[in-house]
Design a protein around this ligand. Structure first.
Ligand SMILES: Cc1cc2nc3c(=O)[nH]c(=O)nc-3n(C[C@H](O)[C@H](O)[C@H](O)COP(=O)(O)OP(=O)(O)OC[C@H]3O[C@@H](n4cnc5c(N)ncnc54)[C@H](O)[C@@H]3O)c2cc1C
Length: 499
């Protein structure tokens, strides 16, 4: 009888990367995926002639010569995937004041535009832009993401400090504060107080923003022309070409343990699959508290799952529009003059994404327009459970409201709608089983970003984790690396050299 395979739970980016590296290292592999298709939160779906992309916005490090590009190459993504360099990160428009700002890769222009809009905050703006330029030259995103804590020692830590020496000072003081705190303390300027926290999330440390701006200025951010779909297809193809096996519509209910060693999985339909080892690249809470019954947690892990905030879930409204949007910014944050009332809360800001940089999302002459905002999990989850008709009606109401708010910015848009699609946090959960519809894992707070997440569990052999619940902040490269790390850990256990 052949030896049992390595079982991987989840065919998101991390699960597929785990599968690829496991195959490259000679393991027989079997991935079980809950959904009918790969990708996890990197989701894309067809609606009529339109390809709706509910996943990634941009790729980091997609430039030949960067260590991350090598990772993409190993995983069959580069060089096939075509990407458009990102010249503008986002454009802001405040309906209340009429003020606008384009956050461009040209940092000199960005500095001038910011100073013109907020002259009283010139010193703070100069400080921020100086940091961004520093990261542009000595970027972090282009550094190889080391190795998992389980396999590193003091020498590795010294090496990574050395690699980061030019930007080390940005990890302390003002720069380590959440952006929302930083602006409160450093400037009274209302425009900066709105723009800076909305460059990513208000909770991220300022250095994270400097890093993003720096990466963009260095030309390391790119928009994938084929969107999330092509990224996932290439990765899945690489896994299959390496001889990997994947089963869709297959949900793992339990990780089987014998003598403190993971020996297989039980599926939701009751089937048992023996395994040489198990890697979970699925939701962290479901893995630890559900599939493993909460038996292998130390105090630190318990504390994190109890207290650390997750990414807030989203409502995402997509329209297939019979119109082109040439010259319009691909991503705009709109501050609404009149908030939208959704899930018992006022929605003040809308992120509006135009898929106008590629012809792969819509038929000729047409465009997908996507609006999204943060919302409350319990509202949507309860509504769909209690009254499906009201849930559908609420989705339709929100879509109509949002469309009317877009009309002044894109006149005629309402009359050109061919397709409408609304995804709620419940949709995210249904297709990914991600904790309370979070669209990524841990919120990248200063604490979470600096923490080391173990990939293995105390007292459990033959098990490792990969994915966004072991790399706080998530993101494509960290999740792909985490798959590689899981395989490195298994190779060490099995005394095989990692290739
Ligand atoms: C809207 C959006 C925008 C983003 N933008 C960017 C961006 O611009 N740049 C960037 O780098 N990153 C971005 N990200 C983040 C990045 O896409 C994610 O961090 C990453 O894809 C997470 O991958 P993962 O494999 O760890 O998790 P997931 O994608 O959640 O995959 C987990 C998989 O496990 C499966 N699963 C769960 N439970 C079970 C079970 N019991 N049995 C079997 N299968 C199970 C799920 O169905 C899922 O397929 C974005 C994410 C979203 C949603």
């Amino acid at each position: 009888m052949p030896p049992p395979p390595l079982v991987v739970i989840g065919a998101g980016l991390a699960g597929l990367a785990t599968g690829c590296y496991a195959r490259l290292n000679g393991y027989t592999t079997r991935i079980f995926e809950h959904h009918s298709q790969p990708g996890g939160v990197v989701a894309a779906w067809r609606r009529g002639d339109y390809l709706i992309d509910g996943g990634i916005h941009f790729l980091i490090g997609y430039r030949p010569g960067q260590p991350i590009y090598e990772l993409y190459r190993e995983l069959g993504i580069a060089p096939t995937l075509r990407a458009v360099p990102m010249e503008t990160y986002v454009s802001f428009l405040d309906e209340r004041s009429g003020r606008a700002l384009a956050v461009t890769a040209d940092l000199d222009r960005l500095e001038a535009d910011l100073k013109q809009a907020s002259p009283a905050a010139s010193a703070v703006i100069a400080e921020i832009l100086e940091g961004a330029r520093r990261f542009a030259t000595h970027g972090l995103g282009t550094l190889e993401m080391g190795r998992p804590a389980e396999l590193t020692g003091p020498l590795d830590r010294l090496r990574s400090f050395w690699a980061m020496r030019h930007v080390l000072r940005y990890f302390s003081g003002w720069y380590a504060l959440p952006v929302s705190d930083y602006v409160q303390r450093r400037t009274g300027d209302p425009w900066l107080r709105w723009v800076l926290p909305n460059l990513f999330l208000p909770e991220v440390p300022l250095w994270f923003i400097l890093m993003l701006l720096g990466e963009m200025a260095a030309g390391d951010l790119a928009l994938p022309e084929g969107g999330s779909r092509e990224l996932v297809e290439l990765l899945e193809r690489r896994y299959r070409d390496l001889g990997g096996e994947v089963h869709y519509n297959t949900t793992v209910a339990e990780i089987l343990v014998e003598g403190e060693r993971a020996v297989g999985v039980r599926l939701a339909d009751g089937t048992i699959h023996r395994a040489a080892a198990v890697v979970s690249a699925a939701d962290g809470r479901a893995t630890l508290f559900g599939m493993l019954g909460g038996r292998y947690l130390d105090d630190q892990l318990k504390m994190r799952y109890q207290h650390w905030p997750r990414f807030r879930p989203l409502v995402m409204i997509n329209f297939g529009i019979r119109r082109r949007f040439t010259g319009e910014p691909w991503l705009r944050v709109l501050r609404l003059a009149r908030p939208l009332r959704v899930a018992g809360r006022d929605v003040e800001d809308l992120a509006v994404r135009l898929f106008n940089y590629s012809d792969r999302f819509a038929p000729p002459g047409s465009t997908v327009v996507q609006a999204s905002f943060e919302t409350k999990w319990s509202f949507w989850n309860d509504l769909q459970a209690e009254d499906r008709a009201r849930y559908d009606a609420e989705k339709a109401r929100v879509a109509a409201e949002v469309l009317s708010r877009l009309e002044p910015h894109y006149p005629g848009i309402g009359a050109a709608v061919e397709v409408t699609d609304v995804a709620t946090p419940y949709t995210t959960w249904r297709y990914t089983l991600n904790d309370r519809g979070a669209f990524e894992g841990w919120l990248p707070t200063p604490e979470a970003l600096m923490a080391t997440m173990p990939r293995t569990l105390p007292g459990l052999e033959g098990f490792a984790m990969a994915g966004q619940w072991v790399v706080p902040g998530g993101g494509v490269p960290p999740c792909l690396y985490s798959g590689r790390h899981a395989v490195e850990i298994l190779c060490r256990r099995d005394r095989r050299p990692f290739r």
